[in-house]
Design a protein around this ligand. Structure first.
Ligand code: SER
Length: 341
């Protein structure tokens, strides 16, 4: 039992969780971090957290137990089924991605009511929340703004877009007809991430996975078949910048935030550009293209780039890595090390 205000991370063993736990526990070693995930944390991360709860975000009894044992004033709700996996099991995706998020928002609301402070609730949305209808529309749109093209074609994208609305509801309008004010206990903050590329973990079940998969396969000396056309373009970001952006948004003064949901960008290469950089670093890489028309269709519905003016203005989004430095200074050296072991 800890009454010290704790941080709770769901989906902690996933790609973002991996980087986030390391950052949070280094920045503030005295702040307890608790995690909820179906899978255990890796051996290097496990000692950094106060308690790992093994289980599902759909298990309300487990959430009630955590509620009784911990006071939480920051939630990072990272657990989700990604976009490709969600298309194979849309109903399960809806359960995990939407009902799971509702459970966590309820958890945060109860926490806020019990200790009286607003609970900062960080929610990772995605460029999957956009749906551009045609290639011509995608080319003409360029950098899309948050409120444009909100017609996702995937279950995952629909789930993310709806949960952004749910978060706004809990943050601003919760039980608006009740006699006592209830809103304001959840301080919901959301980033729509581009495709993320980590040097230390490989994603699973996403549709932007071709860039990280290509890079990791080349370093591991394995052949890779890229499932999108070479001219396919979407925004990407190196994982350290994603974690950095989360921290900037979470710690921003509330009055500076003019939006609930923010785009963030860094670089937006085509698949061919990623391949060229990977081949330059790993000249023996075996990379072929075998287009999966269906997954291609999903990536084609995502924007070529995003307008992140609001994030830069309101909370100082400033990615450290551009395309060349993301690969040259972060991904390639770190990945080389990983596979050299
Ligand atoms: N990058 C994720 C995916 O491809 C979307 O958030 O599913």
């Amino acid at each position: 039992m800890s009454r010290k205000l704790s941080v709770m991370i769901t989906g902690a063993s996933g790609e973002i969780g991996h980087g986030l736990i390391a950052r949070l526990t280094t920045a503030d070693p005295d702040r307890p971090v608790i995690t909820l995930d179906l899978n255990p944390l890796s051996a290097d991360l496990a000692p950094k957290v106060r308690h790992q709860f093994g289980g599902s975000i759909l298990d309300r009894e487990l959430l009630a137990r955590i509620q009784a044992e911990y006071e939480v004033d920051q939630v990072y709700h990272l657990a989700a089924l990604l976009s490709t996996r969600s298309e194979f099991s849309p109903e399960l995706a809806h359960k995990v991605n939407v009902e799971g998020t509702l459970n966590l928002l309820e958890f945060a609301q109860r926490q806020g009511e019990s200790h009286g402070r607003a609970v900062v609730f960080f929610y990772p949305s995605s460029i999957a929340a956009y749906g551009l209808p045609t290639a011509a529309a995608k080319a003409a749109a360029g950098k899309v703004k948050e409120d444009e093209f909100n017609q996702p074609t995937t279950m995952y994208g629909a789930n993310k877009l709806y949960c952004e609305h749910l978060g706004r509801y809990y943050g601003r309008h919760y039980k608006q007809l009740a006699a006592d004010p209830h809103a304001g206990k959840v301080d919901f903050r959301c980033i729509r991430f581009p495709g993320l590329i980590s040097a230390v973990t490989v994603p699973s079940g996403g549709t932007s996975d071709y860039a990280p998969e290509m890079t990791h396969a080349a370093a591991a000396g394995e052949p890779y078949e890229c499932f999108v056309r070479p001219d396919t373009r979407i925004p990407f970001m190196a994982m350290p910048d994603a974690v950095d952006a989360i921290q900037r948004l979470v710690h921003a003064p509330r009055e500076k935030l003019t939006r609930v949901v923010y785009n963030i960008g860094a670089f937006a290469p085509t698949a061919a550009e990623v391949e060229r950089i990977v081949r330059a670093a790993f000249p023996r890489a075996e990379i072929a293209t075998k287009v999966d028309e269906k997954r291609q269709g999903i990536v084609d519905s995502w924007p070529a780039d995003v307008d992140d003016t609001a994030a830069r203005r309101d909370w100082g989004h400033a990615p450290a890595y551009a395309l060349d430095t993301a690969f040259g200074e972060y991904l390639i050296p770190t990945i080389r090390n990983r596979y050299a072991r």
